[in-house]
Design a protein around this ligand. Structure first.
Ligand SMILES: C[S@@+](CC[C@H](N)C(=O)[O-])C[C@H]1O[C@@H](n2cnc3c(N)ncnc32)[C@H](O)[C@@H]1O
Length: 255
C-alpha cells in the first residue's frame, strides 16, 4: 500500500476481528502461560499485563534477535517474564526488576509454581537497582515496562551503562530496547479532542503520585514523548515505534 493512512483498521470492530485473526495465525505461546494469563486476568490492575498476542509478538522478536539474556524492568505478576523465559529457552536467563514487594513475591511464587528456573526477580526501585546491575555478560534485550515517568531515566541509564568499553556493560551492541505503552492509546501522539481516549488518559494535573493510579497523568505523557524523542534522535540508536497494542518503542543499540 502506497499511503501510510489508514495505518491500522477503519474501526474498532474490524480492528478486533483482524487482531483475533492475526493471533490465530501466529505461533502460540505455551498452554501453561495462556492458562496463567487467564488466571490473573480477574485480579486487581490486571490491565498492566501484556496481552497474549503481545506475548506472541515479543516471543517472536526475542527469537529473531537470538536473545539468550533479557532484562525486564517492571515484572508485575510475572506474565511477561514467563514469556521471555519461554523465548530464551532453558539455556537463557531473564532478570526482572520490580519495586513492589507484593508483586515481586507474587511473581516469584508463580514462577516457582510453573517450575520456571531461569528468571531472577530483584526487588527494589529499578531507577536505583538498574544502576547497580553489573552483569557478567551484557543483555540482548532490555524490556522497559515500569512507571511511565521513569522511561527517560531508564533509557539514560541503559545508554550510559552500555557505552563501548564500559565494564559490566548492560546491553550488547546490536541489542534491543523494547518499551511498552509509549503511545497510551494514541494520546501521546494525538491528545486532541478528536481522540476519544484523551478524556480518560489524562490530562489531569492532580495525578502526580504513584503508578497505576496515575495511568494517564500529564507527567507520564510528557515523559513518554521525551523517551521516544531520545530513541529517535540518539545517534546510538536505530528506532522503530510500532503503533500496535499501547505503542511499542523499539530501538537497536548501534555501538
Ligand atoms: C505494567 S506493569 C508490568 C507488567 C509486566 N511486564 C507484564 O506484562 O506482565 C508495571 C510494573 O512496574 C512496577 N514498577 C513501577 N515503578 C517501578 C520502579 N520504580 N521500579 C521497579 N518496578 C516498578 C509496578 O509495581 C508494576 O508491577
Amino acid at each position: 500500500m502506497k499511503s501510510n493512512v489508514p495505518a491500522l483498521y477503519p474501526n474498532t470492530t474490524v480492528g478486533e476481528r483482524v487482531l483475533e485473526y492475526a493471533a490465530n495465525k501466529s505461533s502460540e505461546i505455551p498452554e501453561a502461560l495462556l492458562k496463567y494469563h487467564a488466571e490473573i486476568l480477574n485480579l486487581e490492575n490486571s490491565i498492566m499485563s501484556i496481552s497474549t498476542y503481545q506475548a506472541q509478538a515479543m516471543s517472536f522478536l526475542a527469537k529473531v534477535a537470538g536473545a539468550k539474556r533479557i532484562l525486564e524492568i517492571g515484572v508485575f505478576r510475572g506474565f511477561s517474564a514467563m514469556v521471555w523465559s519461554h523465548a530464551v529457552g532453558p539455556t537463557g536467563t531473564v532478570t526482572g526488576l520490580e519495586k513492589s514487594p507484593e508483586y515481586a513475591a507474587f511473581a516469584k511464587k508463580a514462577l516457582a509454581d510453573h517450575d520456571i528456573k531461569n528468571v531472577t526477580v530483584i526487588e527494589g526501585d529499578a531507577l536505583e537497582t538498574l544502576k547497580g546491575l553489573d552483569p557478567e555478560e551484557p543483555y540482548d534485550i532490555v524490556f522497559i515496562d515500569a512507571q511511565k515517568w521513569g522511561y527517560p531515566g531508564y533509557l539514560k541509564t541503559v545508554l550510559e551503562k552500555s557505552a563501548p568499553g564500559a565494564t559490566g556493560r548492560l546491553l550488547r551492541p546490536g541489542g534491543l530496547i523494547i518499551a511498552d505503552n509509549v503511545l497510551r492509546a494514541g494520546v501521546v501522539a494525538d491528545p486532541s479532542s478528536d481522540n476519544p481516549e484523551t478524556g480518560y488518559f489524562g490530562i489531569d494535573p492532580s495525578k502526580t503520585t504513584g503508578d497505576a493510579d496515575r495511568y494517564g497523568a500529564n507527567e507520564d505523557l510528557k515523559a513518554l514523548d521525551e523517551f521516544s524523542t531520545t530513541m529517535r534522535e540518539s545517534p546510538r540508536i536505530d528506532s522503530w515505534l510500532v503503533p500496535l497494542f499501547d505503542g511499542i518503542g523499539m530501538g537497536r543499540l548501534l555501538d
